[in-house]
Design a protein around this ligand. Structure first.
Ligand code: SF4
Ligand code: ZN
Length: 301
């Protein structure tokens, strides 16, 4: 296997190099304290199962730390049910406490139901957002709620380098400059009800994670989400992959470039004061939080 640096490594050295890379990202960004309770967001895909595997390995070196897994079932028939089963089985196998929540439990609607409503609205010209825009906002909320329930000090997300760079370009294409600064390894939170989020594999390429999972013979969900093709992210993924193929290192270059301009972007951003949403009681900038606003907009709340 050839890794980004151009080295050729045997499978054992490759596996070790990925773990060392994750360890370096964790150390460089001071992601954890030795006694942290860490909730790993596990979807059942290769990235999250690999992250859980690597953090479980590291956790053994820190007797005061503890690890658990959290999963959100969005309610996508024929897709998420299999992923949740794989996540549950993996957690049982390695003896990690597992907390599962669902859109149905938290918002009283499954993503499939929401998409059906959304389709009618889009047809009538009353909505332009894709299922992923709704799913992303609701899942972020659900993960925070379930991590809080698990009494976690940190929520570890399995965003790999490809995900991070795609998000940077998405924010640029949406003209959302302040959000570019928020694509970073540690998202310290400005309210005690938010569990700080960390991204230990944010400097590992997706194909490196895929190969690591393949070498470990990890069973993970490989079927793509049926709504993924509708997302702009999908077009950006293809464009970035074409670039990386022709110009090796493009993804790292974009990631590092944002690291350099982030301080200036953060300095330009106004400080926000959070209050509690008058509908659901979760912290938010305005009177109503984004999930409540979105659900109300399409008439499911
Ligand atoms: Fe949700 Fe979109 Fe991801 Fe599917 S592809 S799980 S709809 S964010
Ligand atoms: Zn709310």
């Amino acid at each position: 296997m050839r890794i980004y640096s151009g080295e050729r490594l045997c499978s054992k050295c490759f596996t070790k190099s990925i773990e060392e890379k994750v360890k370096a990202t964790i150390a460089r960004n001071s992601m954890f304290k030795p006694d942290d309770r860490i909730a790993v967001a596990v979807s059942g895909g290769k990235d999250s199962i690999t992250l859980l595997h690597i953090l479980a390995k590291f956790e053994k070196l820190f007797p005061k730390a503890s690890l658990c897994a959290v999963t959100v079932d969005e309610g996508i028939r024929g897709y998420r049910d299999e992923a949740v089963r794989l996540a549950r089985e993996y957690c049982q196998r390695i003896g990690v406490e597992h907390f599962i929540t669902s859109f149905k439990d938290l918002f009283d609607v499954q993503l499939d139901e929401l998409v059906a409503v959304l389709k009618d609205k889009v047809r009538a010209g009353n909505e332009t957002l894709s299922p992923c825009a709704y799913c992303g906002v609701l899942r972020r909320r659900a993960l925070n709620v379930v991590a809080r329930k698990a009494k976690a000090d940190k929520l570890a997300l399995a965003h790999n380098l490809d995900d991070e760079v795609q998000t940077i370009l998405l924010n640029i294409m949406h003209g959302d400059a302040p959000r570019i600064a928020r694509v970073k390894p540690v998202l310290g939170e400005s309210h005690p009800m938010f569990v700080p989020r960390v991204k230990p594999i944010c400097e590992v390429l997706e194909r490196e994670i895929a190969f690591y999972a393949y070498l470990r013979k990890t069973e993970f969900q490989s079927t793509p989400c049926p709504y993924a093709p509708t997302a702009m992210r999908n077009d950006i993924r293809q464009m970035l992959d074409r670039f990386e193929e022709r110009h090796v290192g493009t993804k790292y270059t974009v990631f590092r470039a944002v690291e350099k301009i982030r301080p200036a972007l953060e300095a330009a951003e106004k400080e926000t004061v959070l209050q509690l949403c008058k509908t659901c009681g979760e912290p938010t900038v305005g009177e109503t939080c984004k999930p409540c606003e979105m659900l109300r907009k399409i008439g499911v709340k």
